[in-house]
Design a protein around this ligand. Structure first.
Ligand SMILES: [Zn+2]
Length: 92
């Protein structure tokens, strides 16, 4: 929901890393069930409702600006994450 992955540093600034858990897409209080179609991996913060209000999705211009301002190491980390996500390889 918030975009973090298992093992990322906890965005709430604790020394923990993010753990994923199963969450309901439609909450059981709203008639959702335990079927696989109604379950998804969510981080514990989202599952506990800490981020149910949702961080706004970054828009492209600000996101690119953030990446441009990041250190080379962080840009590399973003690149590697994208390469993995889209199953691509850098040809050197
Ligand atoms: Zn989350």
């Amino acid at each position: 929901m918030c975009g973090v992955a298992a093992g990322d540093p906890d965005p709430f600034g604790t020394e923990r890393t993010v753990r994923l858990t199963m969450g309901h897409i439609i909450d059981k209080s709203k008639g959702g069930d335990d079927s696989p179609q109604n379950l998804r991996a969510v981080c514990t913060n989202c599952n506990e409702g800490l981020q149910n209000t949702g961080l706004p999705k970054p828009d492209q211009i600000h996101l690119l600006a953030q990446v441009r301002r990041a250190t080379i190491d962080d840009q590399r980390a973003v690149l590697n994450w994208l390469l993995q996500k889209f199953k691509l390889k850098v040809v050197e």
